[in-house]
Ligand binder design. Sequence first.
Ligand code: C6P
Length: 404
Amino acid sequence: MLDIQKIRADFPILSQTVNGKPLVYFDNGATSQKPQVVIDAEIKYYNEINANIHRGVHTLSQLATDAYEVARGKVKDHINAKFAHEVLFTSGTTHGINLVANGFASILKPGDEVVVSSLEHHSNIVPWQMLCEKTGAVLKVIPINDNGELIIAEFDKLLSDKTKIVTVNHISNALGIINPIKYMIDKAHSVGAAVLIDGAQAVPHLKPDVQELDCDFYAFSGHKMCGPTGTGILYGKEEWLNKLPPYQGGGEMIKEVTFEKTTYADLPHKFEAGTPNIAGGIVLGTAIDYLNSVGFENIQAYEHELLEHATKRLSEIEGIRIYGTGENKASVVSFNIDGIHPYDVGSIIDKLGIAVRTGHHCAQPIMNFFCIPGTIRASFSFYNTKEEIDAMVDAVKKAQTMLS
Ligand code: C6P
């Protein structure tokens, strides 16, 4: 059982008022709020050990390097990677996916196939389209049904020996649907394809076990899991990371440089050119510690209660349509009110202190499927409450009255 009021006290921003009303922050899918320990850890880094890493013999550089590598180890343990060098620091999910898509340019031949799903964020569509344009590979798309779930029978049919990589999100950002990734990973492997999982929306809610999943790549962002912006992780199986060429050239990713030939550093440095977000990486480790202290089992159970409460309360509103009605869902409710543009609802409820995201959520193909311009998305975190959900429902009802 979580003591929500105690948890809320960890997040200074939550006690703010916005537009004269208590802040109700339901835009956790876009970015999560940060607990004081995370904010303090960022300050502590700059106050005490700020230096460039992997370079200096001086004490501060060594302290910063050690702290950065400790954070890498925490991520390794958190996602149960086999080796710390399978954990690459990135600037976020987008960076991680682009790194892999770019690497596959040296693997794909014309006519090879890349399988994505209709539920993807643009970050897990556009890099693969660019890759296909570059290589002559063909993009295949898994369709969804009216509940917003992937049609797995169609996924099965798309797979063949031409499939070289399947790339799918763990949880949809726009609808909150949780995809059956374990099945999909095993099935893709049965035709020899690699699998990338976009875990951006999963890591705030659950602890992925990459060895159990047996995925080849798992990308996520730190800022959605109580960590700083500009941080992220790409997990890649050692054999794949050894096979892929470096993404960017620069300092720290080399063994030796001459004008005739450059040789590359071992993992993970081969993929970490230039000075990284050192403070961010270290503090991502603090964020992971914080989430583990709350406990993912507790988080999941409580967020499920929030999801059920929100779905029930919102369903009271006449003319509401909820998108993403599949069984297996994270704590996200995406909806529209008949005859009202989502942006108008979002703007009015913002005046009442309620922060939701409106629009296409960087997932235009989903909006096209439902023939809508966008939705109102309320995405909940473990620091939200049922009372806040009630305040949102009242605010949406008020907006409906004003706009009809
Ligand atoms: N989704 C949302 O409001 P970055 O921007 O690199 O940290 O994450 C990109 C990304 C990739 N995949 C999924 C499933 C995502 O949800 C996101 C980010 C935010 O839904 C901002 S657009």
